[in-house]
Design a protein around this ligand. Structure first.
Ligand code: FE
Length: 201
């Protein structure tokens, strides 16, 4: 992934200025009794373990396997996703966008880091990076190339800019030769990045 090292280049031995500020703030708020570090850990743990891309993968697998669910998902993603029990903060207004041979969809938040937490968990570091946020809009095909995704020139790339109101889930193309797979097996094929649109299944 030439020119795309942000997923790997952070050094755990050094803290960024932002990390230092966050830690200082957390320490201060804890000392003053405004926050309970254990509660914060619990929230983070929830999003790291219980809520995560495996939720979105279940949605995608169900849409692949059940045409009626897929139609519902594309029409009213919030309700269709909620029917699987995936509700909550940062997922109140979901829109699902389907990849087809004609159009590939890719999601960004150019302003900050809005992301569909209920189906994908917490956003990856690169999603929040200034480079991704600006380049995804300016040169999406190049960005996809950095992720190792090469699409035919005939496939249009549509970039969806998330907002505080609307969060997008990409419905990737179902790979050929998967007709015999169960929904659980299908779900295991679906990566987080495929549902952001920076990978294929
Ligand atoms: Fe944002």
């Amino acid at each position: 992934m030439a020119g795309h090292s942000h997923d790997h280049d952070h050094d755990h031995s050094t803290l960024s200025e932002m990390d230092v500020r966050v830690r200082a703030l957390e320490t201060l708020l804890t000392q003053k009794g405004y926050i309970d570090p254990a509660a914060i850990d619990r929230i983070i743990e929830t999003y790291e373990t219980e809520v995560g891309p495996h939720n979105g993968a279940k949605v995608v697998a169900k849409a692949w396997a059940e045409p009626e669910f897929k139609a519902w998902l594309l029409k009213d993603a919030t309700a269709a996703i909620a029917s699987l029990g995936f509700t909550g903060r940062q997922g109140e207004h979901m829109v699902a966008v389907e990849n087809t041979p004609e159009q590939h969809n890719m999601v960004v938040c150019t302003l900050c880091s809005c992301y569909p937490w209920t189906v994908l968990g917490l956003p990856p570091v690169w999603y929040k990076s200034a480079a991704y946020r600006s380049r995804a809009v300016l040169e999406p095909r190049k960005v996809l190339g950095d992720f190792g995704v090469a699409l035919p020139e005939s496939t249009r790339i549509r970039v969806w800019d998330s907002t505080a109101e609307v969060r997008y889930l990409v419905l990737p193309k179902r790979p050929a030769g998967t007709e015999h797979l169960s929904q659980a097996e299908l779900a295991s094929l679906v990566s987080r990045d495929a549902m952001i649109g920076t990978a294929l299944v």
